[in-house]
Write a protein that binds this ligand. Structure first.
Ligand code: SAJ
Length: 422
């Protein structure tokens, strides 16, 4: 089938870049987005997410007439393909909230035509794509795999490199039928240069969740190594660097915690439909979620060492984003850390060059402070002249939650996650 006109449902971190790539590859793309303020910004050529190159590429897509956004479902009728990129957050109890996905699938069911290809890019629990195909069958009476095609096509892009990775990363297309996967490859070859692998929709769903669960469990292992390093009096980063000289060892980086919209959530999605599991994946989640409190212990041990009563302490937190050089604070361990200390110290000041904070700059955050805690590995924090800014502080305590500082600056009482050597 020749793909000429498609609709992208949900213009967020993944949907908008994906819609732009298809539009700039020559397809006519209508982006369906329920947030009217987002629709207006996009049609004015202004992206609501920060990603290198996005405004240039968005403007090209809008000016060419190949992309427009709309909140009106009537404008996505009869398309060749529908790409669903909506969020699949967790509910308070840890179970997935698939309501956004179900609403999107219902909208597509009422818009699609015979022969349409429906693609779910969202990260979903295993067996969801099949269930959504059955949902469409019930709504419009067509037969999945015969009258319409359905695929799970997970994304693997890293914020900050989305446009490059959309083109060059390998992709997996999991079809409810082999023909569905073939059609997905034909559609995405409009811009995908990476290798393409085709499989079933359930294998594709499990693969995506395994990728992020693998990462989350390995970060938890690195965090446990850091915990042990404090007891053995070693620098865990030196040990990791040496261990990683082994050709088949790749130990991850310990830190203040695991944030973002993927790793804290995906292990729960992977386990959700399972009747039982061994407990390793859940325990890894608990270890990673405990790291802000581990960092709080480092801070309070430093305050004790210098006889600074916590209730009198002014603490500056540098970094609020969940990862370096990002403005995304979703599930950020830095925010969890601020929450964990704010009722036990006199004052918490925050500064993040990408997010903002209570202080307008580093000096404002550190002036008169007793302690500074690095909670995000923004590159700019690697350039801080601690000799200079230290002079602004009342007491000079530095706690490094993201292995930003290699050598403890003179005149500071330094504590770092995994720095058992100090
Ligand atoms: N982190 C560590 N130690 C590490 C690596 C990361 O503490 O060694 C922390 C980071 O600081 C951050 C969190 O974990 O708080 C997540 O970091 P991340 O680098 O995994 O970033 P994400 O969540 O933006 O991207 C991941 C990526 N998945 C993998 O690398 C397997 C990305 O490719 C996925 O597309 C994305 O999840 C997603 O959308 O699923």
């Amino acid at each position: 089938m020749e793909f000429r006109e498609i609709a992208v449902i949900g213009l967020g971190y993944i949907g908008l870049p994906t819609a732009i790539m298809f539009a700039n590859s020559g397809l006519k793309v209508v982006g369906y987005e329920i947030r009217k303020e987002v629709v207006e910004k996009i049609n004015a050529g202004k992206a609501h997410i920060s990603e290198p190159e996005i405004n240039t590429l968005l403007n090209r897509a809008i000016k060419s007439g190949n992309l427009r956004a709309t909140p009106n479902p009537a404008e996505i009728k009869g398309k060749d393909a529908y790409i669903i990129c909506v969020q699949t957050p967790l509910k308070a109890g840890g179970s997935p909230d698939l309501s956004y996905l179900e609403d999107a699938v219902d909208t597509v069911a009422m818009s699609m035509r015979k022969g349409s290809l429906v693609v779910i890019e969202s990260t979903v629990p295993p067996m969801t794509t099949i269930r959504m195909a059955e949902r469409i069958e019930r709504i419009i009476g067509m037969k999945a795999g015969r009258d319409f095609y359905m695929v799970h096509a997970p994304e693997r892009v890293m914020p900050g490199r989305i446009f490059k990775e959309l083109v060059y990363n390998s992709r997996i297309f999991g079809g409810i039928t082999p023909e569905s996967a073939e059609l997905a490859e034909e559609l995405y070859r409009a811009f995908v240069r990476g290798r393409v692998f085709k499989t079933s929709s359930t294998v594709s769903e499990v693969v995506k969740l395994m990728e992020n669960t693998f990462r989350d469990v390995n970060i938890a292992l690195a965090n446990e190594f850091a915990f042990l390093a404090h007891q053995y009096g070693v620098n865990v980063f030196e040990a990791i660097e040496l261990a990683n000289t082994h050709p088949r060892v790749r130990i991850h980086t310990p830190g203040i915690g695991v944030g973002g919209h993927c790793l804290p959530k995906d292990p729960h999605l992977l386990l959700w439909p399972a009747k039982e599991d061994f407990g390793l994946i859940k325990l890894a989640r608990e270890i990673n979620d405990s790291m802000p409190l581990f960092t709080k212990d480092l801070l309070f041990s430093a305050l004790r060492e210098l006889n600074v009563p916590p209730e009198k302490a002014v603490v500056a937190v540098l970094g609020l984003a969940y990862k370096g050089n990002s403005d995304d604070t979703r599930n950020s361990p830095a925010l969890a850390f601020v929450e964990a200390i704010k009722d036990d110290v006199a004052e918490v000041r925050t500064y993040d060059p990408f997010v903002g904070g209570t202080a307008g700059n580093i000096e404002g955050a550190l002036n008169g402070a007793d302690a500074v805690v690095i909670a995000t590995d923004h590159s700019v924090f690697k350039e801080i002249n601690w000799g200079e800014v230290g002079r602004l502080m009342r007491t000079r305590i530095l706690v490094d939650g993201r292995h930003v500082v290699e050598r403890p600056p003179r005149g500071f009482l330094f504590k770092g996650i995994g720095r058992g050597d100090l």
